[in-house]
Write a protein that binds this ligand. Structure first.
Ligand SMILES: Cc1cc2nc3c(=O)[nH]c(=O)nc-3n(C[C@H](O)[C@H](O)[C@H](O)COP(=O)(O)O)c2cc1C
Length: 289
């Protein structure tokens, strides 16, 4: 006598339903988990305006740029060769100079020759850059009315950053700097240097890819800081969060330029103080393999 089919299938159907239910439950958990992770890793200090909005035919441009690189003529290059003692002397001397660099938030209004600033920026422009694209623009503001307008924008946005956008931890972390959203130095320092990264270049033939533009501009800023230190000028590296679009409009910069850093530049105020910070020793920052 044949076995009744329905009772035989029932456990199989139940098993299939259970497997489906388990799979749905697992997926829902996974989705909820990634939502929570997204919340946990929210980074209010990351400026939306700095995101790379490069939208053009990357393939086409890349081969054009490579062609340019390949066709560049090569010329002799002979950098200075120092003796070991001289190398050591220079290494120490430069370290000692740079180790004296500190971020200064109080400035004197004493004038500084413009030609000095020109050379400092020329020096920043010697930086290496991805595929030699030189994706930087240094806007030097010296006009008092323009400095006032820059200050107004920054203070308005910074007040919101402090009170709403950034968390309590951030506010606590920067307390040791004794700084807040009021930034008198933006009008007192003789110069403000606003550094823009060009996320792409504009050529008569179209847009040009700026590879690694943020890394390239950051390296040039490091060189700029060293050049300022070399001439005895002071600054504080600042990242005016959420001010990019308004400052870009104020300074009439094109949309491919995104504000990366702002450096007030000048001489320090009399009797200026800085936080008593200590730098990590070599053993903590260098790994020899
Ligand atoms: C990427 C970056 C962003 C910074 N942003 C600010 C800022 O917005 N405001 C500020 O007062 N200092 C800012 N600083 C300066 C740091 O607080 C300072 O470099 C740090 O406290 C170490 O002190 P020192 O520069 O005197 O060695 C910034 C520094 C860096 C590198």
């Amino acid at each position: 006598m044949p076995l009744p089919l329905f009772p035989l299938l029932t456990p199989i159907i139940i098993a299939i339903i259970c497997i489906y239910a388990a799979a749905i439950w697992k997926n829902t958990r996974k989705a909820n988990k990634s939502k929570t992770e997204e919340k946990v890793i929210s980074k209010p200090w990351v400026d939306d305006d700095l995101k790379d909005g490069t939208e053009f035919n990357i393939q086409q441009q890349a081969s054009k740029q490579l062609d340019e690189e390949i066709t560049a003529q090569h010329i002799p290059y002979s950098p200075k060769h120092y003796s070991e003692e001289e190398m050591m002397r220079r290494a120490k001397k430069f370290y000692e100079l740079m180790n004296k660099r500190r971020s200064v938030r109080f400035f004197s209004d004493e004038p500084v020759p413009r030609e000095v600033i020109d050379y400092v920026i020329r020096t920043a422009g010697t930086s290496p850059s991805g595929a030699h694209t030189e994706p930087w623009t240094f806007v030097v503001v010296q006009e008092p009315e323009m400095k006032r307008q820059v200050r107004e924008i920054i203070e308005e946005e910074e007040e919101i950053n402090y009170k709403k956008r950034m968390g309590q931890t951030w506010v606590q972390d920067i307390q040791k700097m004794r700084t807040n959203w009021t930034k008198e130095y933006l009008e007192i320092a003789p110069y403000l240097i606003l550094i823009f990264k060009q996320v792409y270049g504009n050529l008569p033939s179209g847009k040009k890819i700026h590879y690694y533009n943020e890394i390239s501009v950051s390296i040039s800023c490091g060189i700029l800081l060293a050049a300022l230190q070399n001439v005895g000028l002071v600054t504080v590296t600042t990242t005016p969060l959420n001010c990019g679009p308004r400052l870009r409009a104020l300074l009439e910069r094109p949309v491919n330029e995104k504000l990366l850093l702002l450096l007030p530049v000048g001489l320090p105020a009399k009797n200026v103080t800085v936080p008593d910070f200590h730098r990590k020793p070599l053993t903590d920052i260098m790994v020899l393999v």
